[in-house]
Design a protein around this ligand. Structure first.
Ligand SMILES: *[C@@H]1O[C@H](CO)[C@@H](O)[C@H](O)[C@H]1NC(C)=O
Ligand SMILES: *[C@@H]1O[C@H](CO)[C@@H](O)[C@H](O)[C@H]1NC(C)=O
Ligand SMILES: *[C@@H]1O[C@H](CO)[C@@H](O)[C@H](O)[C@H]1NC(C)=O
Ligand SMILES: *[C@@H]1O[C@H](CO)[C@@H](O)[C@H](O)[C@H]1NC(C)=O
Length: 292
């Protein structure tokens, strides 16, 4: 089972980078050899970014303009930002967005403000497994207007799946719980997650989208690798509160980056990010603390 997941990850990673041997890279080696490494997401990666779909991915220095090949990185990178945007706006323990396919993309420079991508994509709600074709616009600011990508997207059909009862149930169960929930390594090295931990894994993914939305540029392609841990804190102002440590994978640089996130969730307010902090890159951090 372990080997299956590892192979899936290797296929995904080599498929995207074209590198013959990912274990040569300390960063991916880090991820792939970590005893509790990843990657449920790699499964989707092969679907979206299979070897046969993406080419010429690394050496695209010049930003493509005009009509884009929907299977190449410029369009895929911009489209991935839409996924993060949808998660930050509408994500929940029971609603999780994915990018299913890019149908078309168009990029243009916008005087003084950046580059604008117009995209036709199929977005996916992963829990109900529903898809919808939607239009989106992503502006990567430039020059004076530094900052995160600005996104507009309408994928309203995906919001119609009724998750209110499940949300309320989870909320009531953990709102006044004596034992604050805590979990590590979602998913574990076998790609497994305890069923009752899945909502918290989803929350970790949604929270990670806040980072990925904020950090994405035309030169990045972030994926969630793993929720290293998530710990519930005491409920404040009717919001469930969580502290989480997540590992994100930039498919372009092949780096695994670590973030510490503090966020809240409630059915009424959704996920709100309180604090996000990138942790220094550190191989020692991944190792058990008590081996010396
Ligand atoms: C790939 O890595 C393995 C060890 O991880 C090594 O034995 C093998 O020679 C490498 N292959 C290439 C083509 O570098
Ligand atoms: C999701 O839906 C697609 C198409 O409707 C189907 O092919 C696929 O098997 C479904 N996946 C799951 C996990 O149900
Ligand atoms: C998002 O990124 C910008 C830099 O691009 C940073 O100034 C800002 O603080 C970040 N937002 C959060 C919530 O950390
Ligand atoms: C969460 O995981 C990180 C990285 O593995 C670790 O440094 C941190 O101590 C963990 N926190 C908890 C509460 O387990």
């Amino acid at each position: 089972m372990m080997s299956l997941w590892t192979i899936v990850a290797l296929v995904a990673v080599t498929g995207v980078t074209g590198r013959p041997n990912v274990t040569d890279s300390p960063d991916t080696g880090d991820m792939l050899t970590h005893p509790n490494s990843v990657p449920e997401y790699a499964e989707e990666e092969t679907e979206i970014l299979g070897q046969d779909q993406i080419e010429d991915v690394v050496a695209e220095d010049v930003m493509a303009t005009g009509e884009l090949n929907p299977n190449h990185y410029p369009a895929q990178r911009a489209a991935k930002v839409v996924q993060h945007y949808l998660n930050t706006r509408y994500g929940s323990p029971y609603r999780l967005f994915g990018l299913h396919r890019v149908h078309s993309g168009h990029a243009e420079d916008v005087a003084d403000s950046g580059r604008k991508y117009q995209l036709e994509i199929t977005a996916k709600e992963r829990i109900s497994n529903t898809t919808e074709k939607c239009s989106a616009e992503v502006l990567f600011p430039r020059g004076e207007r530094q900052g995160s990508a600005q996104v507009q997207a309408s994928c309203d059909e995906l919001l119609k799946v009724n998750i209110a009862a499940q949300e309320e149930d989870l909320y009531q169960r953990y709102k006044n719980s004596q034992n604050l929930v805590s979990a590590q390594y979602l998913p574990d090295s076998h790609g497994r997650i305890e069923p009752e931990m899945k909502p918290f894994w989803h929350l970790g993914i949604v929270a990670s989208s806040f980072v990925m939305l904020n950090e994405s540029t035309e030169n990045t392609l972030y994926n969630m690798a793993q929720v290293a841990n998530i710990t519930q804190l005491a409920t404040e102002n009717d919001q469930l509160k969580f502290d989480s440590h997540v590992l994100l994978h930039d498919m372009v640089s092949q780096e695994i980056i670590h973030w510490k996130l503090l966020f809240t969730w409630s059915p009424a307010e959704g996920v709100k990010m309180l604090q996000m902090e990138q942790l220094p890159h550190c191989h020692e951090c991944d190792k058990p603390q008590n081996t010396e």
